[in-house]
Design a binder for this molecule. Structure first.
Ligand code: GDP
Length: 212
């Protein structure tokens, strides 16, 4: 059989990610789907590239757009891969303009979700490779560690930097994370544009989700 596929198709992918479909949105833990099976959550500052990463991982253009509709910004968005496996788009953070009470509400929701969700098997923290580990990213990482969750730090928009700068950012984040973390922390350069790191990211998610 001839193989005349373009470069985008040269990245083998687990077809289960392509099956991802919107399941539900929840503004509090009571409204989340049944806490069974396997779940992986995606966190990140607004504009870090979280939706683009989710769409790239699932090979769907508009999947994570739902999270941007007005009123949904403070919700957890659940995407289903199958009956037992979900990806969760956590509300974007880093909002300079929102009130203190909304920030507190967000903090409480995140902390509780990360700590109590039994089906949650891993946390992906999406950060712009040009300015990773902001204070609020570190807060999110600390909650993940406190909840004994394995972490994947996705350094996205890597296409915006030259190779040397990508490596420097990667090393500095690895170094910052090396001290004293009690859970597994992987750091992965990523680009939704060039698909750099896509396969490795999918492999990590497949392992967490116990995908065949
Ligand atoms: P979110 O708010 O974290 O969901 O961020 P989005 O995924 O909406 O991305 C924010 C902006 O960054 C958009 O203009 C995207 O097109 C852009 N963006 C996201 N990922 C990448 C990437 O890997 N490379 C480049 N060059 N731009 C990206």
């Amino acid at each position: 059989m001839s193989n005349s596929r373009g470069p985008a198709d040269s990245h083998a992918t687990n077809p289960q990610f392509q099956r991802a479909a919107f399941l539900t949105a929840a503004s509090d833990l009571v409204r989340t789907p049944a806490d069974s099976g396997w779940e992986v959550a995606f966190a990140g500052r607004s504009n870090a590239g979280k939706s683009s990463a989710l769409n790239a991982i699932c090979h769907q253009r508009g999947l994570a757009r739902t999270s941007k509709t007005p009123g949904r910004t403070q919700q957890l968005i659940f995407f289903q891969l199958d009956e037992e496996r979900r990806l969760v788009d956590l509300p974007g953070y880093g909002f300079a303009k929102v009130s203190l009470s909304i920030k507190r509400q967000w903090q409480m929701l995140m902390e509780r979700y990360l700590e109590r969700r039994t089906s949650l098997k891993g946390l992906v923290v999406v950060m712009d490779i040009r300015h990773p580990l902001t204070e609020i990213d570190q807060q999110m990482i600390a909650w993940g560690i406190a909840a004994a969750l394995p972490l994947l730090l996705l350094l996205t928009k890597a296409d915006k930097l030259k190779r040397g700068a990508v490596d420097r950012s990667l090393q500095s984040v690895r170094k910052a994370m090396a001290a004293g973390a009690s859970t597994s922390i992987e750091v992965q350069p990523f680009s939704a544009v060039t698909r750099l790191g896509l396969k490795d990211t999918q492999s990590q998610l497949s392992a967490w989700l116990d995908l065949p």
